[in-house]
Design a protein around this ligand. Structure first.
Ligand SMILES: Nc1nc2c(ncn2[C@@H]2O[C@H](COP(=O)(O)OP(=O)(O)OP(=O)(O)O)[C@@H](O)[C@H]2O)c(=O)[nH]1
Ligand SMILES: [Mg+2]
Length: 357
């Protein structure tokens, strides 16, 4: 699972990236000309995994991971350029860092700082990129249909027409409802305006009182988006302090916590993902998958061999395993369910995959 941090130049993207990943990339007020993205992998803290691993002290504990990607600043109109598009399309979730801080010494592309304008402009750019994509698919579709009609092609044509109309009206695809077959078909397009989107509002120091009420800074919240406020500059300073001083400074600013924990909690909700656990010979591991994934899909997340040779999934909710105390006893008590390929994995399931090699 990955999150791609993007936004207009000098909005605080690398500052946020440092905050979320604990990295120490140099932050400058001038353009360094650096274009390649910063990448880091970050473990997802999960108290359930901590508790479960007390049953298996000899096994290594492995958290689920999130990859964070911090793109260079995107100037107006640049979303559609290949370098950025490739990264944006691969994102599971997008975090648009929006400049709200004033700091006159740091250049801004417009005379006035307006979070609303930046959000609107970026949304339009993403919609435009999607529109290009659906148009080019429609051209190919038409040719294919001329060669021979099939129900699939005709269905795709109807769907693509619906998508084009929405995009032309300025509606992002995340606001449309699709059936699960349509969703599957659309997956390969990786439309930008369909991706879960965070607005990370980078507040001015003097606006810290709004940090827990982002809706006052950006009131126009839409479906499958979330707005979170943070103050990059101050939070980065606080992060470097010792624990005791940290809480002192947080108090002084009236902040409950740094934004990384807030972001992590919210990102699970926004991405619509769940966690399941596996217990192997040597390690106990947490995995993230989309909600409504089947046991077959979960197996594929671990290894294609496990998916190919899938026989059965042995499932037990994590609390139950914790209460019973051992896998052996759970088996004896018949507390472990046998599930097939189409079983919908539940958040917190501990799964043992039986597969043929
Ligand atoms: N006053 C103030 N300055 C900030 C804040 N966040 C970032 N900055 C400053 O803005 C400048 C750019 O910060 P970065 O995190 O590098 O921004 P960026 O979006 O990664 O910049 P590019 O990658 O060059 O587009 C630095 O001088 C930061 O100190 C903030 O909350 N308040
Ligand atoms: Mg940067």
């Amino acid at each position: 699972m990955n999150f791609t941090i993007f936004g207009y130049p000098k909005s605080g993207k690398t500052t946020l990236f440092n905050l979320l990943t604990g990295a120490d990339i140099e932050i400058t007020g001038y353009d360094t000309g650096k274009k390649e993205p910063n990448l880091r992998t970050s473990a997802v803290p999960d108290p359930r995994l901590d508790q479960l691993s007390t049953l298996f002290p000899e096994k290594e504990k492995k958290s689920a991971i999130i990859d964070y990607i911090d793109l260079a600043g995107i100037s107006y109109g640049e979303v559609k350029t290949e370098g950025y598009l490739n990264y944006l399309r691969k994102a599971d979730g997008l975090a648009h860092v929006v400049r709200c801080f004033r700091a006159v010494q740091i250049p801004h592309h417009k005379a006035e700082i307006s979070p609303q304008d930046d959000i609107q402009a970026m949304e339009e750019e993403m919609i435009l990129a999607d529109l290009f994509q659906i148009e080019s698919r429609r051209e190919k579709l038409e040719k294919e249909l001329k060669r021979g009609k099939t129900t699939e092609l005709e269905k795709e044509q109807v769907l693509s027409e619906r998508i084009r109309t929405a995009l032309e009206q300025g509606t992002p695809l995340r606001e449309l409802e699709f059936s699960s077959t349509e969703e599957k078909l659309l997956r390969s397009f990786a439309f930008l305006s369909q991706k879960p989107l965070f607005f990370m509002l980078n507040l001015d120091e003097s606006d810290i009182p709004f940090i827990d009420s982002p809706e006052k800074v950006y009131p126009g919240q839409k479906p499958h988006t979330a707005a979170l406020a943070f103050c990059g500059k101050i939070e980065l300073e606080i992060r470097q302090l010792e624990a005791e001083e940290k809480s002192l400074f947080l108090d002084e600013y009236g902040m409950k916590e740094l934004s990384d924990s807030k972001f992590r909690r919210a990102s699970y909700e926004l991405l619509d993902v769940i966690t399941f656990f596996t217990i192997g010979d040597k390690e106990i591991k947490a995995w993230t998958i989309r909600k409504d994934s089947t046991a077959f899909e979960a197996a594929g997340e671990i290894h294609t061999d496990i998916q190919k040779g899938f026989i059965r999934a042995e499932v037990i909710p994590w609390q139950e395993l914790l209460e019973i105390g051992s896998f052996q006893t759970a088996r004896e008590k018949a507390a472990i369910r046998l599930e097939g390929k189409s079983y919908a994995v539940q958040d917190g399931d501990v799964i043992f995959f039986r597969f043929s090699k």
